[in-house]
Write a protein that binds this ligand. Structure first.
Ligand code: AMP
Ligand code: TRP
Length: 333
């Protein structure tokens, strides 16, 4: 049986890249598979988070996921810290995974930067917690962005080593699902950089909470070039901004990039940007309206998440009972 697990960090504003690259795919998968979607606050605190801001961001992310169409009745949607099994399995994996494996993780090198001695121990052990997230549910498939591929390989190695060390066939080896279109939305200011929460200029991204005027303004100011839009994909060579905006249009309209190219061949940027804005507003404004409605009642969001955590624990508790038996821990009476 296939079981999907995916996680997203509750840090800061959700943007169009998160929506097209992650959340929208969750919405699509919920009809085909058993899905467990987790807001990973334990991962978020591997770098400093202001407590009040973390609480706010967690509810805002929940609202965005719900408003995008993830049905909390069909799926399990919950906050990581509300199921202690993640932390316990992560500790066991800290004792299974090897130092040499973690030393190869490029995300740690990127995030820790030059001052590695000053990075938190949690940032270093981050991939083991991610393996635990997935394997506490024996998930078989994990939809992630390209950047998480290495962590998924580590999760497979850890599952395999656990099985070998203890002589069991217990954990499945989880497979990544790397999405196609929309998997990489670039900055509106620089077509060679990923759209990101952390870029300083707010004009670099479309936030899920932006209103129609802000979306229009950001696309109007988005970097472009003086030429008309090309007739063929080859004409996008060396024009990263045009490629990005056409890619966004294609992803938002559920078309291929070639179809978008054919639609706008020979048009000016200003004509194209107007249509892009109309489409983005049509897709995003119902979501941001629904987010606002949900956020007006935080107790309701908290209740949905508590129910999700309850369901998550019901799946992971029996798996963890078996893990404890395999490892040799005494059962509590
Ligand atoms: P992060 O914002 O890094 O926590 O990522 C949350 C999810 O959104 C992950 O699945 C990422 O792969 C995805 N994501 C983040 N930025 C982008 C982007 N610019 N384009 C496409 N997907 C993205
Ligand atoms: N590390 C992932 C990211 O930054 C988030 C994450 C944590 C995750 N645990 C996970 C993703 C488990 C998939 C499965 O995007």
């Amino acid at each position: 049986m296939n079981r999907i697990f995916s996680g997203i960090q509750p840090t800061g504003n959700l943007h169009l890249g998160n929506y097209l690259g992650a959340v929208r795919n969750w919405v699509r998968m919920q009809n085909e598979y058993e899905c467990i979607f987790c807001m990973v606050d334990l991962h978020a605190i591997t770098v400093w988070q202001d407590p009040a801001e973390l609480r706010r961001s967690t509810r805002e992310l929940a609202a965005a996921i719900l408003a995008s169409g993830v049905d909390p009745k069909k799926n399990t949607l919950f906050v990581q810290s509300q199921n202690p099994d993640h932390a316990q399995l992560a500790w066991i994996f800290n004792c299974v995974a090897r130092l040499g494996w973690l030393n190869r993780m490029t995300q740690f090198k990127d995030k820790a930067g030059k001052d590695r001695e000053n990075a938190s121990v949690g940032l270093y052990a981050y991939p083991n917690l991610m393996s635990a997230d997935i394997l506490a549910y024996k998930a078989t498939h994990v939809p992630v962005g390209e950047d998480q591929k290495q962590h998924l390989e580590l999760a497979r190695d850890t599952a395999q080593k656990f099985n070998n060390d203890f002589g069991v066939e217990f954990f499945p080896l989880p497979e990544p699902i790397i999405q196609g279109a929309g998997a990489r939305v670039m900055s509106l200011r620089d077509g060679s950089k990923k759209m990101s929460k952390s870029e300083e200029s707010d004009y670099s991204r479309i936030n899920m909470t932006d209103d129609a005027d802000t979306i229009a303004l950001k696309f109007r100011k988005a970097k472009s070039d003086p030429d008309a839009l090309p007739e063929t994909a080859a004409g996008l060579e060396g024009r990263p901004e045009a490629a990005n905006l056409l890619g966004i249009y294609a992803a938002l309209s559920d078309r291929t990039r070639d179809e978008a190219i054919a639609q706008f061949a020979g048009k000016t940027f200003s004509e194209f940007k107007k249509e892009l804005t109309d489409l983005a507003v049509a897709v995003l404004s119902p979501i941001s309206t629904e987010m606002k409605r949900l956020l007006a009642d935080p107790a309701q969001i908290d209740a949905i998440l508590s129910e999700g955590a309850h369901r998550a624990r019901a799946v992971s508790n029996p798996i963890m009972a078996e893990v404890q038996e395999i490892v040799g821990f005494l059962k509590a009476q």
